[in-house]
Design a protein around this ligand. Sequence first.
Ligand code: SF4
Length: 301
Amino acid sequence: MIIGIPNGLLNIKYRDAIQEFLNTIGFTTVVSPKTNKEILDLGVLNCVDEACLPVKIFHGHVEYLRDRCDIVLVPRIMKLNKNEFICPKFCGLPEMVKYSLDIKNIICPTITAYNEKTLRNSLYNFSKTFRVDKEKFKRAYKGFKSNIYKYNKTSISNPNLRVLLLGHPYLIYDDFINMNLAKKLHQNGVEVFTEDNIEPYDYTYRLIKKPFWTFLRSTYNCAISLVETGKIDGIIYISSFGCGIDSFSIDLIKKDIGSFPYLVLKIDEHTGEAGIDTRIEAFIDLLKRRSKNEYNISSLG
Ligand code: SF4
């Protein structure tokens, strides 16, 4: 049987691990290509207008795969950390895909992965559906663990500036969606940090109430940790238009970092590259001026 792996949402980050797992338990896999114009158009055409861009793009990947494999993998991700919740769109993704695309050949394992045990159980339950024996499962799980994707930071000798690229993994690592943002920053001598490069401290105790959204906690902690330790010169937050979680995280971070340089890029399927380029160039100019003037000027320039 050939299983299709859509190259969107969190699959972008865990694709290699998923593929290794499925291959070891005995399936052939096919991964959709990196997001491109064709996939974007398929997603926009087939998904409800209200959905955020990453969800629309995921629909495009599934549509691309539907006739290229026997069954498409659309996981229902419930939790990645204890006492936290992931975005509701992940929990209802199978239903969205099924009814928007009118597709029957999808398989939707429920993934709860807030510790080693729950992750292992989720994958075990999935493999049990196909009567995979325990030994084979053990090997597959080991392969999965050793292939968890880590962002490969490009090293820059003597970077002028250091910027934290903040946002959900499927925005940070999808170069089509973010219009090669990391590459553009590297070309300007800016070193880029992402959440995967650091072990943030938990600063959520400073908030009135601990947020229960995983993405909100991780972006907030990551931003505050790096600003507090003085390891970065600025933050670029890349966000999808219509993302409810981001609407909180963007403001909570802004409130706590004061005048620290902070650029928010909101994107959707209509965003033009020229507009993004202009804003990045202006932001880099601002950071350069601040570093020359020993931080004696405001974050506005
Ligand atoms: S967290 Fe935001 S960007 Fe991600 S799927 Fe949910 S609404 Fe979309």
